[in-house]
Design a protein around this ligand. Structure first.
Ligand code: ADP
Ligand code: ZN
Ligand code: ZN
Length: 748
């Protein structure tokens, strides 16, 4: 290990402005103790009063003149470790994903932010009752009305709520002081934390695990108890009973005195899910979600730190719950894109979970119906241990899936957005008074160009990514910047039906109303759920059979159970297939699998219609068959061929500026500098771009991208560190901003 001469120290970690670090010198005798996260005592300010701080960075370069740098007084050993641990984690996040240490600390540390902890004060009687009666009579005689009022109340009740007493009895502070001074009462206060979980009793009885579930629980617990710490992936379709497996394992882990974090994507964090945990574990659980105020979130982290809860359930941010003795982290629906942070540091929750577990000797379990290629390939390599649940826990047959070729519909002169099959089934289900969900796959949709006659899609010859249409009749690749003109006839079949593709939810809703005038229709998309509670209102209306058809975006396919839904129609499966980024097929497979899983959840058998121009595409055929392994094999071939993750790693550089010229000049300059870097370092790094981002201009900010690729992640991290330094010193980047995204989840 090499020692450093200087340490960056942060003084107040619970403060809103985490921005300020101070540089101190590390005396030789402390150099082996001065590590990232270590609590230290330092002289501070003009008077050199000693205060506590934490080390958040180490270097050999002084930032100010050497004679102004004071030495660290001491490193506190054996201090509470949770803060040190989280600071180290923040440091690791900064190193691994980019951004500043302050960005990372803000992500990891609960922020006090002028939150007042609610205090409940009580007035407690400490005098004997006959003595109290005597005092009371004296005060009656003296006609001290305020004192009489409160003494009277105390004669009836020996504990009073402080605030209420003052208000209701109209008592002033001096009266209270008089009571305290005469040793009549004592004020007790206790902090009350806002508990976000609404209590709900339930008649749900405990299920008996089936053989598959039982064997997973046994195997994992055996390894856990032996001290093995390999990551596990549970692959099981929705409804196969993963949550029951988690709960049995959690139960054992907390009974050994350890704590558990359960990550669930916000969208799946429904009332039903939380309540299942509540019924099983009671008051010892808490939740986090984005609707909570900063104060509520801070309260929950205090409760965790004080040992008042054992289980924290929540999205990404729950990962930083300050448990002192963490035993297990579960990441449910591990493939979800929302586990990747959209703001700097753009960390991935699964990777941070693995790191936090490694630092605290905790165990990690990932679960999914459609595992990410990243995780599944780690199982294949033996890095993770794979467990599989093959069937739904409650007897329910998989739905019947119809794939409809939209090219045939055109040949049959059907230009409606509904194929004949879908129309026929909608009518049938409406007659039976069953429910229907129509799903428009708009995610990532950005105007790819395809032929309605033969299904040909315009692609970049360099990147094998769909080209997207732009206003000036140009087609553009958002990876490498390749450009060509918009064709007027299809290059494959010569048909003139070649155009940018697009159907919106609103349009579909209109058409549904026109074609099925007797059906009651609800629409759920970003427009209709803008208002608070809009989401829940639409779902419960549909759940109470206030509508026959629900039209919506991917929002409708996640986690909701509607027993009366017997038909799911996917209007255009292709939309997400050509979203212009390398994860398009994977996302399509996930969405189609989830959508299919919505049909026929209980007694009524379900049917699914997938409409597509590419009925032979493996994302569609494998999703229809529910064949994950086949999808995985096919998709990995593509990723290996193109060197996309997980076959290699990608680091995206996003350069933004208010001025288009600056942005263009900066990326061009950066591209040149990167070429030099590759040459001098004999690096294996590959560069694609620069190019305008898919979203080339947002809120008047111009966005340009460069993609870099390497099989070795560490190589990319070194490259990022180089660029960070280079960017901050070079004149060429004035007025520009640079962001990093490792293995991006979304298109830019
Ligand atoms: P997943 O998390 O894989 O979607 P869940 O654990 O939510 O699956 O289980 C789906 C449904 O099946 C739940 O209603 C659950 O109570 C029920 N279930 C799970 N395991 C069993 C079992 N062994 N016996 C009976 N019902 C079960
Ligand atoms: Zn064609
Ligand atoms: Zn390209």
């Amino acid at each position: 290990m090499s020692f450093h001469n200087y340490a960056d120290i942060i003084i107040d970690i619970s403060h809103e402005n985490l921005d300020k670090t101070y540089q101190y010198a590390i005396p030789d005798e402390l150099s082996s103790l001065a590590l990232i996260g270590a609590p230290v005592v330092v002289p501070f300010g003009l008077g050199n009063r000693t205060i506590n701080g934490y080390i958040v960075g180490l270097s050999n370069e002084p930032k100010i003149s050497v004679d102004k740098i004071k030495p660290i007084s001491s490193v506190i050993e054996g201090a509470p470790v949770i803060e040190s641990h989280l600071i180290y984690l923040a440091y690791w996040i900064k190193e691994t994903f980019g951004g500043t240490i302050n960005d990372a600390l803000k992500t990891v540390m609960p922020v006090k932010k002028a939150v007042r902890i609610k205090e409940q004060r009580r007035i407690v009687l400490i005098k004997k009752i006959d003595e109290l009666r005597q005092i009371y009579e004296e005060q009656v005689k003296k006609n001290n009305r305020a004192r009489v009022r409160i003494l009277e109340a105390l004669l009836n009740q020996n504990v009073l709520d402080y605030d209420k007493a003052l208000q209701v009895l109209n008592i002033s502070k001096p009266v209270i002081t008089w009571l305290i001074d005469n040793e009549i009462i004592r004020i007790e206060s206790k902090q009350i934390y806002r508990n976000p979980i609404e209590k709900q009793s339930s008649t749900q009885s405990r299920v008996t695990l089936n053989e598959e579930q039982e064997s997973i629980v046994e195997n994992i617990l055996r390894d856990y108890n032996k001290g093995k710490r390999h990551t596990c992936l549970i692959h099981g379709v929705t409804g196969s009973g993963k949550t029951e497996v988690y709960m049995d394992i959690i139960s054992e882990v907390i009974s050994s005195g350890k704590q558990v974090i359960v990550l669930i994507p916000e969208i799946a964090l429904t009332y039903q899910t939380v309540n299942r945990f509540y019924v099983r574990f009671g008051e010892r659980i808490s939740i986090l979600n984005s609707r909570m105020s900063d104060g509520e979130r801070y309260d929950q982290s205090l409760r965790a730190k004080n040992g008042e809860i054992d289980i924290m359930i929540g999205p990404r941010s729950a990962l930083f719950t300050p448990f002192r003795n963490l035993g297990l982290i579960i990441v449910d629906e591990e493939h979800e894109g929302s586990y990747k942070s959209e703001s700097t540091p753009k960390y991935h929750a699964v990777e941070v979970a693995l790191k936090r577990a490694e630092l605290t000797d905790a165990f990690v379990i990932l679960g999914s119906a459609t595992p990410s290629l990243e995780s599944y390939s780690k199982c294949a390599r033996g890095d993770y241990k794979l467990y599989t649940l093959t069937k739904r826990a409650k007897e329910a047959n998989p739905p019947k899936v119809w794939i409809v070729d939209l090219r045939d519909e055109l040949k049959q002169k059907n230009r409606s957005i509904f194929s004949r099959k879908l129309k026929e089934l909608i009518e049938e289900k409406l007659n039976k008074r069953e429910q229907i969900m129509l799903f428009i796959n708009r995610r990532g949709f950005s105007g790819f160009v395809s032929c309605r006659s033969c299904g040909h899609v315009m692609r970049c010859s360099h990147c094998d990514i769909s080209l997207t249409s732009h206003i000036n009749n140009k087609l553009l690749c958002h990876y490498c910047g390749y450009e060509e003109g918009m064709p007027t006839i299809c290059p494959t079949c010569g048909s003139k039906y070649i155009a940018a593709f697009g159907t919106g939810t609103q349009k579909v809703e209109e058409i549904v109303k026109r074609e099925f005038p007797h059906a009651r229709v609800l629409r759920m998309d970003t427009d209709t759920t803008k208002n608070k509670g809009g989401h829940q209102r639409i779902l419960s209306a549909f759940s109470n059979h206030k509508a026959d058809i629900l039209v919506g975006t991917q929002m409708i396919v996640k986690g909701h159970d509607f027993p009366l839904v017997s038909l799911v129609g996917i209007i255009a499966a292709d939309l997400s297939l050509y979203a212009g980024d390398f994860r398009a097929s994977e996302r399509t497979f996930q969405l189609l699998s989830q959508a299919a899983g919505r049909a026929g959840r209980d007694a009524i058998p379900g049917e699914v219609v997938i409409q597509t121009y590419h009925p032979e595409h493996y994302s569609i055929t494998t999703a229809a068959e529910g064949n994950y392994e086949e999808f995985y094999e096919q998709e990995m071939l593509y990723r290996r061929l193109m060197q996309y993750p997980p076959a290699a790693h990608i680091l995206l550089l996003l350069v933004t500026s208010k001025e288009e010229e600056r942005a263009d000049r900066a990326v061009a300059f950066m591209a040149e500098a990167i070429k030099d870097y590759i040459k001098t370092n004999k690096s294996t790094l590959q560069i694609i771009g620069p190019a305008p981002a898919g979203l080339a201009k947002a809120k008047d900010i111009y966005r340009r991208v460069i993609y870099s690729k390497d099989e070795d992640y560490d190589q990319l991290v070194r490259f990022k560190n180089y660029l960070e330094g280079y960017f901050s010193y070079s004149e060429q980047f004035v007025g520009c901003n640079l962001q990093f995204d490792f293995n991006p989840m979304s298109s830019y």
